[in-house]
Design a protein around this ligand. Structure first.
Ligand code: PLP
Length: 445
């Protein structure tokens, strides 16, 4: 447990500096009043007054290993003293080891890893690989998705409320399955899956199969509400990709590296009983807990070998940055030694999921509990029958009350995402469930 800084003056200074000098993402600048974080350890963060919060956001769903893990911190320090930066054209041990460890857990079907600085540029490069190897241009992605905020990644992102389609040249969106808020009038997850696959087939046919380079999917759409697809969806998309020569890209930036209780979400046996394998997988966040920015693309042999004799036109100064790579190796090593994936599956499916479902029985404001592992969302409703989403102003009140009660939440639109670090303990989950319960009981809609 790290030291708790309790210097209120530093807290005031941090806020003043932020409000005077820092330009924030995704926000109107004038109305901001961010919480000031002084330090963090494990599943807790604290402010300068010493107030502690259980981090049930994992920041932006990236501190999967928890905060300040000593093995990862030590590995970064050691690497910094040895080789802090190096051109990506030079081989180095940290990068080779990181790629090897990632491939080991991705399993058969992959051969190489291309490293980026985060998730958006991972998607940029995966899309570029798909376009270059197929000689086609169009990328199909789902509405209700988030793929990052750089050029092609934001074009791929499919939430018209946040990201107007003006950015979406070269990308065509379709509806993936979402049984609770079906676009297809389906009455069961199986029917939703079949209809969504039929819709996707029609989109492919109407756009012209020979123009489509890739289908890019979040394996489980995260920011859009932890929309776990029905079994059969991933295999159905794989079949369409095979039929039409389309590259299948799974975006595992948020759902990868332990979040679902597996190394990767596509490996989950309930989600993917057919055990299909995508052609490209993008990752970031949990690969090293966010300690040093890193992301990348895991590449199938077919696509990797397409660039044996011709150059891949793309690169980044910090591709495979040694500090990020050392953090990846230590992060994966700690996962293995401390059985962190097993912990995510056990606590997530055995304690957190059932606990959230019990909460839904007590609070009609919870329309649906969705998720698996440590990747959950509460879909909050103003009316349980019509499923009308809860007003965002009410969600803001819930968020403030959760924080006042010592829990740092992650909310989007009408949802609370319940996404603690994969190192969370049963006791911490029980504490958090009691806080959600207390706050939801007190809220007036
Ligand atoms: N893809 C998914 C599924 C994400 O959730 C995110 C970020 O939240 C990104 C891509 C973009 O990652 P980054 O912010 O590291 O660019």
């Amino acid at each position: 447990m790290g030291d708790v800084a309790t210097n209120v003056e530093d807290g005031s200074l941090a806020l003043e500096l932020d409000r005077s000098h820092v330009f924030h993402s995704w926000s109107a600048q004038a109305s901001l009043n961010p919480i000031v974080i002084a330090g963090a350890s494990g599943c807790e963060v604290w402010d300068f007054s010493g107030k502690r919060y259980l981090d049930f956001s994992s920041q932006l769903v990236n501190t999967n290993i928890g905060h300040s893990h000593p093995k990862v911190v030590a590995a970064i320090q050691k690497q910094a003293a040895l080789l802090a930066t190096v051109a990506p054209s030079h081989a180095n041990l940290a990068r080779g080891n990181a790629a090897r460890k990632i491939l080991e857990h991705a399993g058969p079907g992959f051969e190489k890893v291309f490293f980026t600085n985060g998730g958006a540029d991972a998607n940029e490069n995966a899309i570029r690989m798909a376009r270059l190897t197929t000689g086609r241009d169009t990328v199909l992605t789902t509405y209700r998705s988030y793929h990052g905020s750089t050029g092609a990644a934001i074009a791929a992102t499919g939430d018209p409320r946040r990201v107007p389609n003006q950015f979406s040249r070269g990308h065509v969106h379709f509806f993936g399955p979402f049984p609770y808020r079906s676009e297809f009038w389906a009455s069961s997850p199986e029917e939703e899956c079949q209809r969504a696959l039929h819709h996707l087939r029609r989109v492919i046919e109407c756009e012209g199969p020979t123009s489509i380079a890739a289908i890019l999917l979040e394996t489980i759409p995260g920011t859009a509400g932890v929309i776990v697809p029905p079994p059969g969806w991933l295999a159905g998309v794989r079949n369409l990709c095979d039929e039409f020569g389309i590259v299948m890209i799974c975006d595992e930036v948020m759902c990868g590296f332990g979040r679902t209780g597996d190394w990767f979400a596509w490996q989950n046996k309930v989600l993917n009983p057919e055990a299909i394998v995508p052609d490209l997988v993008t990752f970031a966040k949990g690969v090293n807990g966010g300690y040093v920015p890193a992301g990348g693309v895991i590449i199938s042999p077919k696509i990797a070998h397409a660039f044996d004799e011709r150059a891949f036109p793309g690169g980044l100064t910090y591709s495979g940055h040694p500090l990020a790579m050392a953090a990846i190796v230590a992060n994966i090593g700690a996962y293995e030694e401390e059985k962190i994936i097993e912990n995510a599956a056990r606590i997530g499916n055995g304690v957190l999921g059932p606990g959230l479902r019990k909460l839904a029985e007590r609070h009609t404001i919870i329309g649906e509990v969705r998720g698996l592992g440590l990747f959950w969302a509460l879909d909050l409703v103003a009316d349980a029958k019509t499923r009308q989403p809860l007003a965002t102003a009410t969600v803001a009140r819930i968020k403030a009350s959760l924080m006042a009660n010592g829990l740092l939440p992650f909310t989007t639109d009408n949802r609370i995402h319940v996404v603690p670090p994969c190192t969370i303990t049963e006791q911490e989950v029980e504490t958090a469930l009691a806080i959600y319960d207390k706050v939801l009981a007190a809220i007036t809609v």
